[in-house]
Structure formats: structure tokens, C-alpha cells
Design a protein around this ligand. Structure first.
Ligand SMILES: [Zn+2]
Length: 547
């Protein structure tokens, strides 16, 4: 994600030390609670009667995230989603919708939950083809004291006793629903999820559909899922819209079917593992183009799906096309850095969605929302590099918990520093590092990237997540030298690609790659502890490691 607003609101969103202390207590409590929940099914599985055939138990309604314990569900692992939407862009309404999740149970389930807001009306839930009980429940604990922040919800499913999922067995959940999806307001007051794509910010507005982005939790505004980054799955996204509207999903366009009633179904398929926060179902009046590019590290030809808001002025269109024309060279720059492009297609969505103000690295199709007030569509070429870098760092190698967000954003931001320097007349990353280390005010160092004061409102806080994250990467580069560093940049892709990495796993991999031993290795470990977990300006700098 990249927001030009984040940098400008940095000082106003800084949290005081009192908040730090209280939120630490809060965090400790939620972790203990989640562990308690997770311990329950383990006991059950060991009961007489064999694993999965003993007494059924309830799946946990949390995966114990340090910042967002409201998200994720235990007791099963999602493998595939088929999402079918019948969408009316004029009314911004899902006339009908059906999401089918194929999952494997890890315990015998009397009850389990999915992450799903209750703005949409669920008409039926079936488990393995048999009607199941269901209810909407608030996730716990409360996400925020601010009444404008959306409280995450759960769809709790109680299968008929004859179709209770059994440990190790695959099962299918089919949810039918309809209504008007609502955007989600995050703890930092930004919006995400199903956003009616309108401009300008102040009425009267013109609207043409939906700008659909989901970091960290927006996907639960439009389809039920296990909405947590570690439960990646493959996706079929089928969206029926009036002819003339363009509908977009993750992955490749498998089929475009015209119906007799003046509507068409856009069927997108993504067969690489995809985190739910990287999905989309954006619909609008777009100039839609299917092209191709050659990924030079493998010689693979990739389809390129570009969608530009149809109301773009000739000047806006020319500027967007100038940025898009550089995307293939940027992808090849990144594939030299990180290894082969991890997915089977690429593209971009330049929409006109006022009130959003950020870009998001939607898998295979980075989304650009346009100006916050005007909605004017644009793609900054540096931001484009950032979102394309996320396809490797973020989308293929994905954070393990939301407290690891510095990994996604630190690497993407560093990638942009590096590209700007080599290809676009920017400063040397080493000089950026020196400048930030010398000039960043003391209070900005008080938020540790891998802790974020335990406050989800700090997830996209510019200095700790983006700048200090990138400094940690650049500092490591200076410590180990370019040869080791660039081999490591590729190694994390081969080691963690199409999966997840925690901060601890990252540090362990970086230390191993360094080849350091003894006191030098201890100093490197202290370096990472200070830079990622320290709540003051780190004292260990690359110069401490000698030439
Ligand atoms: Zn980003």
C-alpha cells in the first residue's frame, strides 16, 4: 500500500507513551485468550475415538493476531473460493451473490466461523450440500472506541450433525447473500473493502461501480472467508454486470460470457496462492485493454490487463499510459532483483474513487484510486514500482501476522529507493538512510516497526512501517555487502515464496545468509532487535560492522 497522505499526517497520528503502555497490556491479554481457544481443539483431537472422530468442538473465532485478533478463524484451512456476484453498478447493489469455500478441517467441527460483515443479508448456508444454521456475531474484542471504525463481524456456521467437517477431510461451504456492501472504516479512519467508486469527494457525485481493495480486512465486506494472510487460497471470481461495465478479479480472464438480457459475466481465475486481503471485484466504466509483455528472467509471456477510468481526460490518460508503458521494464528490473515474477499475469486499475487516497498491491492488478478529493485518475511511476515490488514482497512472500507489516512495506519502499536511484534520477539509498537517521525526530523512533505500540491504527504509519522498515533493509545491505544482500533478496523468495514470513523467520534467514559468526553475529542480532523492536533510535549502525 502507498499513501501520499500518510507522510503528511505523520505527526498528527503519533501516539503518546501512555497509549503504548496500556496497549501492551491489551495485546498480552488477547494473545493469552487466543492460545486458550487454540488449546481446546488439541485436547479434543487427543480424546478417545480417534483424531477427528471424537467429540466435535467449535473452531476458534480468532487466529490470535497481535494487532487484529478479530480476524481469522480456527479449525479449518481454506483452499479455494468461487465467488459469483450479480452486481448492479447503478444501485451499487449485489442483486445476488454466492461464495463457495472449499476447505480442509483440522478438527471435527460442531461450529465454525467465517469473517463476513452483516451489511449483506445471508439467505442460506450449506455445508456439503446440506442446510446449516448460521448467525452474525461481533468479533471480539472491540476493535476501536471510535464509533466510526467498523467492528469486524463473524458469520458463525453450525452444520447439520450429519455434515460436520472431520479432521483432515475436505468440506464445502456455500453461502448465498445479497444487498448493498458497505465500505470498512479502519482504526486509522481510512476506508477499504467495497467502496462505491464516486467523484468528487463532495456531492454531487458521479458513480460508476465499485473500487474494491482489502488491506487489512476489506474483503469481508463482500465475501465470507477465512480473512487472514496465512490462509492463502486460489480464486475463481465471476462478476455479472451490464454490458459496457468492466469487472475485474485477481488472476487471468478465463471467460467473458454475454447473456441475452444485456449483461455479461467476467470470469477471472487465480491459481496461485492468494491472501484474501489481495483480492478484488472492482467494477466500473473503464478503458480496458489486454496486452502482453515478456518477463525476461524466464522468457515467459504474461498477459497484461489494464483498466483506466473512462472519464480520464486526454492529459490524464496520456500520463497514466506513460507510467503503464514503464511497467514491463519495472517488472523486469524487479525480476532481476528478486527472481522470476511470481504470478501468471500483470496489469493495473486506475480508477476514480474519491475519499480513498492510496494505491494497493492487489494481486496481479495494483489498484490506484485517484486523487483523494478530485478522484482524478493517475499512476505515479514510483508508486507503480512500489506496488509491483509488492507482488514479490507482500503478495508471494506475505507477512505472517499484521505486526509483520514492516516486511511488506519496508521492502517495497526500499525497492522504490533502489529503482529511483538507478533508473529515475533519485538519491542513493545510502544517502536516504543517512539523512533519515540524522534528521528524524526522537518521537518518531518510539514506535517499533514490529510492535507498532500494539495499535492497529499504526499499521500504515509512515515512519515506522515504511521508512524505518526500508532503513532496516538498506542497513542490512550495507552490513553484509551487495553480493550477500542481493543473493539474500532472491533467497527469501525461494524460501518463503507463495507463503508467509514472520519477523523472527526473516531475522533468522538474514543472519544465516550473513555468514557471520561469534561476536559479529551477536551484533547483527542486536541490530535487528534494535531496528525492529526498539522504541528509541537504534544505536547500532552499519559502520559498527567495519569495512
Ligand atoms: Zn505498500
Amino acid at each position: 500500500m502507498w499513501s501520499s497522505l500518510a507522510a503528511s499526517t505523520l505527526s498528527s497520528t503519533h501516539r503518546g507513551r501512555e497509549t503504548v503502555i496500556s496497549s501492551r497490556w491489551f495485546k498480552g491479554f488477547t494473545i493469552a485468550l487466543a492460545c486458550g481457544l487454540l488449546a481446546f481443539p488439541a485436547t479434543s483431537a487427543a480424546a478417545p475415538g480417534g483424531q477427528g472422530y471424537g467429540k466435535p468442538s467449535d473452531g476458534a473465532r480468532s487466529l490470535g493476531d497481535p494487532l487484529l485478533p478479530q480476524l481469522g478463524n480456527g479449525g479449518y484451512d481454506a483452499e479455494h473460493y468461487r465467488i459469483e456476484l450479480d452486481y448492479d453498478p447503478g444501485a451499487n447493489r449485489l442483486d445476488s451473490a454466492e461464495t463457495t469455500m472449499i476447505a480442509t478441517a483440522s478438527q471435527k467441527l460442531r461450529e465454525f466461523s467465517l469473517d463476513f460483515q452483516d451489511d449483506l443479508e445471508v439467505s442460506s448456508v450449506e455445508v456439503d450440500g446440506r442446510a446449516a444454521g448460521f448467525s452474525a456475531e461481533e468479533a471480539t474484542p472491540d476493535l476501536s472506541d471510535d464509533p466510526d471504525v467498523t467492528q469486524p463481524m463473524k458469520l458463525v456456521v453450525t452444520p447439520h450433525p450429519s455434515t460436520r467437517p472431520k479432521a483432515g477431510r475436505e468440506f464445502t461451504v456455500e453461502v448465498q447473500y445479497a444487498g448493498q456492501p458497505q465500505p470498512i472504516t479502519d482504526p486509522d479512519t481510512s476506508i477499504e473493502g467495497w467502496i462505491n467508486a464516486c467523484f468528487p469527494f463532495d456531492p454531487p457525485q458521479t458513480c460508476d461501480g465499485a473500487f474494491v481493495v482489502g488491506e487489512p480486512m476489506g474483503s469481508q465486506s463482500w465475501f465470507p472467508s477465512n480473512n487472514y494472510p496465512t490462509d492463502k487460497a486460489t480464486f475463481d471470481t465471476l462478476i455479472r454486470v451490464p454490458n459496457g461495465s468492466t469487472a475485474l478479479g485477481v488472476g487471468e480472464l478465463a471467460e467473458l460470457t454475454e447473456h441475452a438480457d444485456g449483461t455479461s459475466t467476467w470470469h477471472w481465475t487465480e491459481d496461485d496462492p492468494t491472501a484474501t486481503y489481495l483480492t478484488t471485484a472492482t467494477v466500473g466504466d473503464f478503458i480496458f485493454d489486454v496486452g502482453s509483455m515478456v518477463e525476461t528472467s524466464t522468457g515467459t509471456t504474461l498477459p497484461v490487463y489494464n483498466a483506466i477510468d473512462a472519464t480520464a481526460s486526454p492529459a490524464q490518460l496520456a500520463a497514466i499510459n506513460a507510467s503503464l508503458a514503464r511497467a514491463p521494464e519495472q517488472i523486469n528490473f524487479l525480476s532481476e532483483l528478486y527472481g522470476p515474477y511470481p504470478f501468471d499475469s500483470t496489469g493495473a486499475v486506475a480508477d476514480r474513487a474519491a475519499g480513498v487516497g492510496y494505491a494497493l498491491e492487489v494481486q496481479t492488478k495494483p489498484h490506484y484510486s485517484g486523487g483523494f478529493t478530485s478522484g482524478d485518475p493517475s499512476i505515479d511511476v514510483g508508486t507503480q514500482l512500489h506496488e509491483l515490488a509488492h507482488q514479490w514482497v507482500g503478495n508471494s512472500v506475505t507477512l505472517e501476522t499484521w505486526a509483520d507489516i514492516w516486511f511488506n512495506e519496508g521492502w517495497a519502499n526500499w525497492s522504490e529507493w533502489y529503482w529511483q536511484f538507478l533508473e529515475n534520477g533519485g538519491d542513493d539509498p545510502a544517502a536516504i538512510w543517512d539523512d533519515l537517521y540524522a534528521t528524524t525526530p526522537a518521537e518518531d523512533w518510539e514506535t517499533a516497526p514490529a510492535l507498532l505500540d500494539g495499535d492497529p491504527a499504526n499499521l500504515f504509519h509512515f515512519f515506522p512501517t515504511y521508512q524505518r522498515g526500508a532503513m532496516t533493509v538498506q542497513g542490512y545491505r550495507e552490513i553484509v555487502g551487495d553480493q550477500t544482500f542481493f543473493a539474500f533478496a532472491k533467497a527469501i523468495q525461494s524460501q518463503f515464496g507463495h507463503g508467509n514470513v514472520s519477523t523472527a523467520e526473516f531475522i533468522a534467514a538474514a543472519e544465516e545468509a550473513s555468514g557471520f559468526t561469534g561476536a559479529r553475529l551477536e551484533l547483527l542480532d542486536d541490530y535487528f532487535q534494535q531496528w525492529l523492536y526498539g522504541e528509541t533510535r537504534p544505536t547500532i549502525v552499519p559502520d559498527d560492522f567495519g569495512p
